[in-house]
Design a binder for this molecule. Structure first.
Ligand SMILES: NC(=O)C1=CN([C@@H]2O[C@H](COP(=O)(O)OP(=O)(O)OC[C@H]3O[C@@H](n4cnc5c(N)ncnc54)[C@H](OP(=O)(O)O)[C@@H]3O)[C@@H](O)[C@H]2O)C=CC1
Ligand SMILES: CCCCC/C=C/C=O
Length: 332
């Protein structure tokens, strides 16, 4: 069996380039006792791939949904589907990870999907879904009637957080980079307002949409946009720092604190960052709740599906350019 894989040729510096990666072929050895061979069906494209440490020469990291083609493991049968942290590769020989170490994302067989798409365990029913569920509820602790701002609001995590905020009875303002994204989150997902940060004055619009001030800010974006939002927060506001994608392609690094200490002191704000890995012990609780909301039609999702393994890197570039709506997936 020959596998194709994207190998990191050099570290990403600035906006990633085609010359940073190379597609290679690898002849896989026979499957031995305890192992299985899996074929990628969907590959997940995520912003963390840009900033998480990776070694040159390794397969580019990432999750996939794969089908078991051959198995010498009692835990995994041929035809089963698995969520695996196998990277950008078409075929993988692996061993079951029944206990996932805390430094990587869980690997598990997919069950109870009914007629839902098998790509969802990479999005709303997987890592991004749990990032939204735990990162918003545990850190922002939203209360009914409060005002919530979500940046990156038409992305995988942001579109999900806004809908949870609506389920919890909050007023929700989504920050987006296009009119079509804004229409989607307000007309279809039920956000109360959208602000297009590319062609509107963010501060003025925030004051119009939320003259009462903001209680919770779910931050996917960072940078100046977040500084403006934080400066309009109310006393005892809570900020969940999920990501800072606006800074990921900077060549200068990202270790400066914004000069917002005055707002933190005068408004007694709380800000907490986290990684989805923090919630690995509660992983299936998050998936079960998100699945329940989907079945109750309280939670909607959208996917940007790119066909063909060879287009995986282009899908990554498109995500970093904000061309995606909802979850970006490569259909192998
Ligand atoms: N802490 C954790 O464990 C996790 C963190 N994350 C982080 O959450 C964030 C969202 O992830 P996810 O939803 O999967 O990503 P998506 O790619 O689905 O969405 C990201 C959105 O960010 C917006 N965006 C991109 N660049 C910029 C920019 N320069 N300025 C403002 N907006 C921008 C894009 O929309 P637009 O057109 O509106 O600009 C895009 O829709 C990322 O920062 C990611 O790293 C994700 C998963 C886990
Ligand atoms: C390597 C696993 C990363 C898990 C989630 C972190 C996402 C940050 O954007």
């Amino acid at each position: 069996m020959k596998a194709k894989k994207f190998v990191l040729k050099q570290q990403f510096v600035g906006f990633p380039k085609y010359s940073d990666v190379e597609i290679m072929e690898e002849e896989l050895p026979p499957v031995t006792d305890g192992e299985f061979l899996a074929e990628a069906v969907f590959i997940s494209i995520d912003p963390f791939i840009r900033i998480h440490p990776q070694e040159v020469g390794n397969v580019v990291m990432g999750q996939q949904v794969a089908r078991i083609l051959e198995s010498k493991s009692e835990h995994y049968a041929v035809g089963n589907y698995i969520v695996g942290f196998f990277g950008w590769r078409t075929h993988t020989i692996s061993t079951p990870q029944l206990i996932t170490p805390d430094h990587r994302l869980p690997e598990y067989l997919i069950k109870d999907m009914d007629d839902l798409p098998l790509s969802l365990p990479l999005g709303i029913l997987g890592m991004p879904g749990n990032t939204a569920y735990f990162g918003f509820l545990d850190i922002c602790k939203p209360k009914e009637g409060e005002t919530v701002v979500v940046s990156g609001a038409a992305g995988t995590v942001g579109s999900h957080v806004g809908q949870i905020a609506k389920i919890k009875g909050c007023k929700v303002i989504g920050i987006v980079g296009s009119e079509s994204k804004g229409k989607w989150i307000t007309e279809e997902l039920g956000f109360n307002y959208y602000i297009n940060y590319k062609n509107q004055n963010l501060k003025e619009e925030l004051i119009k949409c939320a003259p009462e001030g903001i209680d919770c800010y779910f931050d996917n974006i960072g940078g100046d946009l977040s500084s403006t939002i934080i400066s309009t927060m109310k006393r005892f506001g809570r900020i969940s720092v999920c990501g800072f994608i606006s800074q990921y392609n900077l060549e200068s690094g990202f270790d400066k604190a914004p000069a917002l200490q005055g707002y933190f002191v005068s408004n007694c704000l709380q800000m907490q960052g986290y990684s989805a890995l923090l919630f690995v012990p509660r992983w299936h609780e998050g998936i079960a709740q998100n699945l329940k909301w989907i079945k109750e039609k309280k939670l909607k999702y959208r996917e940007t599906i790119i066909e063909g393994f060879e287009n995986t890197f282009q899908a990554f570039l498109d995500l970093l350019s904000g061309k995606n709506i909802g979850k970006t997936i490569v259909k192998v």
